[in-house]
Write a protein of this length. Structure first.
Length: 54
């Protein structure tokens, strides 16, 4: 019985790891463009701040 429980635990852990990896890749596709947009926005904001200081 202990052996079966251990086997199920390992299977479940592996399964959860695959889900985690899948979610990570799926979310990265939306995170990367989001990060790029954030960079552009902060860059434009700093450019605007420079213009205001002049």
């Amino acid at each position: 019985h202990v052996h079966t429980a251990r086997f199920i635990f390992l299977k479940t852990r592996l399964y959860l790891q695959w889900i985690f990896v899948g979610v990570l890749f799926a979310s990265q596709e939306s995170i990367i463009p989001y990060l790029i947009l954030q960079r552009i926005r902060s860059f434009r904001a700093s450019e605007r701040a420079k213009e205001d200081s002049h």
